[in-house]
Design a protein around this ligand. Structure first.
Ligand SMILES: [Zn+2]
Length: 60
């Protein structure tokens, strides 16, 4: 069982590079970090309930 395990980059699904695990490159690591930060910032602390939530555009 000495098979080298290659995880796929969660961003682009390419084989990950050891130095950027689990990503394949610094770029994908940055992308993931950016997403993570965005999710953090997206956490609503105080929502003004004056505005109604945006309605999804019905695509037809
Ligand atoms: Zn990648």
């Amino acid at each position: 069982m000495s098979r080298e395990r290659r995880e796929a980059c969660p961003i682009c699904r390419r084989p990950s590079a050891p130095e950027f695990r689990p990503f394949c490159s610094q770029r994908c690591a940055d992308v993931d970090l950016g997403r993570w930060l965005n999710e953090r910032y997206a956490i609503p602390e105080e929502i003004d309930s004056d505005e109604p939530p945006p309605e999804p555009d019905p695509e037809r």
